[in-house]
Write a protein that binds this ligand. Structure first.
Ligand SMILES: [Zn+2]
Length: 184
């Protein structure tokens, strides 16, 4: 009887510890991953969270368009995963996205999207695990774009949010030059 009481006590202590740890784990899971610029290490890119230009509204709002040079300088530049995750979609997207990749970052509710990729450049398949900095495709202008750039989104629980890249927040209409520390 005494032995049984001891083991019951041990079991209830263990249960309490598991319950206490659960809320902390859930909180941590919702944290934004440490997203890095989706480009080669050491290259500097201009990110623009433009909202309205020449009568066009950026769709969706809060997306970031990235350029490295001018004109078609960017065409074919490698695109790298902002953070580790699983490929949720790789192929032709609707709504003017052109060739695109969506990466789901664990079970945290966070995703990233990479659009207007160059035809034939997608390196990953749906369901594949990718590491941070992994080469996933190349910059292009698919989806009816007039010039090459990378359209990039950070998505939380299904909504595009202001991107934070290497600690820099892209508020609406902000422009930031980011030197990639990805895959260094
Ligand atoms: Zn865009």
């Amino acid at each position: 009887m005494k032995r049984m009481m001891t083991s019951l006590l041990a079991a209830s202590t263990l249960t309490a510890a598991v319950v206490a740890a659960a809320p902390l784990a859930a909180e941590a899971a919702g944290a934004r991953p440490g997203f890095k610029a989706p480009f080669n290490c050491g290259t500097t890119w201009r990110g623009s969270a433009w909202t309205v230009s020449d009568g066009h509204t950026h769709n969706p709002l809060k997306s970031v368009d990235w350029n490295w040079g001018s004109g078609e300088d960017d065409n074919g530049k490698p695109v790298r995963a902002s953070a580790a995750g699983t490929v949720e979609f790789a192929g032709t997207g609707g709504g003017g996205y052109g060739k695109m990749i969506v990466i789901k970052h664990g079970t945290s509710g966070w995703k990233t999207r990479y659009a207007h990729l160059k035809d034939g450049s997608i390196q990953v398949a749906q369901g594949a695990h990718v590491s941070q900095g992994q080469f996933i495709g190349r910059v292009g202008k698919t989806g009816g774009q007039s010039s090459s750039h990378l359209h990039y989104e950070q998505i939380r629980d299904g909504s595009v949010v202001d991107a934070v890249v290497q600690g820099v927040t892209f508020a609406p209409n902000s422009v930031h030059f980011i030197k990639s520390t990805n895959h260094c």
